[in-house]
Design a protein around this ligand. Structure first.
Ligand SMILES: Cc1cc2nc3c(=O)[nH]c(=O)nc-3n(C[C@H](O)[C@H](O)[C@H](O)COP(=O)(O)OP(=O)(O)OC[C@H]3O[C@@H](n4cnc5c(N)ncnc54)[C@H](O)[C@@H]3O)c2cc1C
Length: 456
């Protein structure tokens, strides 16, 4: 591995053995940091022979414990940080080929430097890697217009458990030659192979944006606004985020510089954004759309961002919501999705049942409503004992996940399964689907060295 390729000093290893929120810890004999796809493949060949578990790690921002080794001290961490090259940007094909360890913000910047747009965007974009995004099929705020990471990848290069390298860096948008192997690895959380590079889709760079913060009575109104916005704006609708009143209270109370953009209080809010490659037009479109929403009694009030600073302020309110929950005490979190039409019923039922079960608990559901994805967070009752509230986590999870199943939703909309939801997956996933997943795992990784104990 060369100099600096293997870390064994406990102090230097520490940052790789815990994730930044301190929710997951592990031990490892060493951290390996290969510099090329070939080196990744060689490490896997050796580990396969020796039967040593390998935990792939990108930016270490995952929220379900997938990138952390277990506490046996027997698994090694393979960091992709040194695979950080942009191999090619091809504006004519609207593609770029990047190594797995490139930070997402650098992928976006390289696309922009070539006059193109890579739309994946999430709170951790300054530190997460494109390899981690692919391995978790990350979502973020623009899925409504561009899809999740899965929809943004054309081909992958992957190091397999036995040390072979799958060279699938295709730029093709049409290729019907059998199974789409890239999609097998996307969302597999490092359990089937280690992604070393990817060819990604690029889009026209938006040259105009319009952003609004809309006050509404309830999630039914938010759903009506979403339906109207899609009908009027089509693919120009690039973000549609739901925020409850309590979320505005928390952020204005705890985050410096966040202000309530509207004069009066409303039950719910939507942060929506339109974007277009055209120089102008979206602001007018958004103004007309909101006018129509007011006329129809869907929206109660709205504020349009007039400057870049105002736009940043609106997004800050949305992005800092999880941080603003911290000073309010413990919270129990769920990353779920349900079909769009069921969102209002799901939210009403979940809140009623959670509060009946844990009186005083403060549901704070927010997130990517345009994708049916709600971060169903619940803050503890005001002034209550933190540990006593967290002790009820399992019962509250049962309520929320039970409703997700009732409404034909998913218990992991975008963060993946990792170790956090592994046991839950066994209970909620179709048994035939689980059997197929296990069959694929044993075909590609018969010795079970790739991210052992995660996902399955
Ligand atoms: C503030 C914040 C906001 C976030 N917002 C979102 C959001 O909006 N949407 C969303 O989907 N997620 C979000 N996340 C979660 C996280 O950022 C994503 O899961 C991200 O895709 C992980 O990338 P990473 O490079 O940090 O991967 P890591 O955390 O290092 O790893 C995540 C998983 O991928 C595997 N892995 C990593 N690299 C590879 C590789 N090259 N090959 C194979 N397997 C690999 C790991 O083993 C692990 O199972 C957020 C996290 C934070 C902290």
């Amino acid at each position: 591995m060369g100099r600096g390729g293997v870390i064994v000093d406990p102090g230097d290893m520490a940052a790789y053995l815990r994730e930044p929120r301190d929710a997951f810890f592990g031990r490892a004999p060493c951290i390996v940091k290969p510099r090329s796809a070939r080196e990744v493949a060689s490490v896997l060949a050796l580990c396969n022979e020796a039967g040593v578990g390998v935990v792939p790690q990108g930016g270490n921002t995952g929220l379900v414990g997938g990138q952390t080794p277990d506490d046996s001290g027997a698994q090694i961490v393979l960091s992709l940080q040194k695979l950080d090259k942009i191999r090619e940007v091809d504006p004519a094909s609207d593609t770029m080929t990047v190594e797995a360890g490139v930070i997402l913000a650098n992928v976006q910047a390289a696309a922009e430097a070539a006059g193109r747009y890579f739309p994946l965007s999430l709170g951790a974009e300054g530190s997460c890697t494109i390899g981690g995004n692919l391995a978790t099929n990350a979502g973020g705020v623009h899925v409504i217009a561009y899809g999740a990471t899965r929809d943004l990848a054309l081909g992958l290069e992957v190091a397999l458990a036995d040390g072979r390298l799958l060279s699938g860096l295709s730029k093709l948008r049409k290729d019907n030659t059998g199974y789409d192997l890239a999609h097998l690895f996307i969302g597999s959380e490092g359990t089937l192979g280690i992604i070393t590079a990817a060819t990604l889709k690029l889009f026209p760079l938006p040259r105009s944006r319009a952003t609004a913060f809309v006050g509404l009575a309830d999630p039914h109104a938010a759903l009506s606004l979403l339906t109207l916005a899609k009908a009027r704006a089509g693919s120009a609708l690039v973000a549609f985020e739901l925020i409850p009143r309590i979320g505005v209270d928390f952020t204005t109370r705890h985050i410096a510089g966040v202000r309530d953009p509207l004069a009066g209080a409303h039950g719910w809010y939507v942060l929506m954004e339109l974007a277009s490659p055209a120089e102008s037009g979206v602001e007018e479109l958004l103004t007309d759309l909101l006018g129509e929403a007011m006329e129809q009694g869907i929206a109660e009030d709205a504020a349009l961002a007039a400057t870049l600073e105002q736009r940043a302020g609106l997004w800050k309110l949305r992005e800092t919501l999880p941080e603003a929950q911290k000073p309010e005490g413990a919270s129990i979190k769920h990353d779920v999705s349900v079909p769009l039409e069921s969102i209002p019923a799901f939210l009403e039922e979940a809140s009623a049942r959670v509060i009946a079960h844990a009186p005083g608990a403060r549901p704070t559901p927010f997130g990517h409503m345009g994708d049916g994805n709600i971060h169903y967070n619940i803050s503890q009752p005001e002034g209550a004992d933190r540990a006593a509230f967290l002790a009820r986590r399992e019962e509250i999870n049962e309520i929320v996940h039970g409703l997700v199943t009732k409404y034909a939703g998913s218990v992991s909309a975008e963060h993946g399964v990792g170790v956090l939801k592994r046991d839950l997956l066994r209970r909620v996933k179709d048994p035939v689907a689980l059997e197929l997943m296990r069959a694929i795992k044993s075909a590609l990784d018969p010795k079970g060295i790739l991210n052992p104990g995660k996902l399955l």
